[in-house]
Design a protein around this ligand. Sequence first.
Ligand code: RP5
Length: 163
Amino acid sequence: MTALVGVIMGSRSDWSTMSHTADMLEQLGIPHEVKVVSAHRTPDLLFDYAAAAADRGIEVIIAGAGGAAHLPGMCAAKTHLPVLGVPVQSSMLSGVDSLLSIVQMPAGVPVATLAIGKAGAINAALLAASILGGRHPQFHEALLSYRSNQTETVLDNPDPRQA
Ligand code: RP5
């Protein structure tokens, strides 16, 4: 099956965060691709990637970036596909810069913005599964199974003193 989710990030240095997105997509069995695409260093590549994504069969784009994080917003400007933005935790401002850069889009060009760092990266994959689940029942089932296992794990381990 060709990739349904495009996972892009502004730099190889984002991979330690965005690998959590890829891992969760893998766990859910969702075909995906991973690529470094920088809004600042490779703007033409970003425009080409975003403009061609839908025709290649991509249904959701997850874009992670840090600092002056223009990648998700510029990506959304060039595609009608849902774009999920993951703010990568930056060294100088702990990712608050990334979060504000991604979340405060002007009306008309939405980016669904996740939490800073690992939690946002994981949740982006789960949100992609929710979106894809409407058209692809197997991903809906995979998501329900993940959620059910998560609930059972909490209920089965109520005492935090026990390993
Ligand atoms: C952003 O600049 C990237 O998304 C990355 O989070 C940040 C720093 O990039 P590097 O200098 O580590 O390549 O574009």
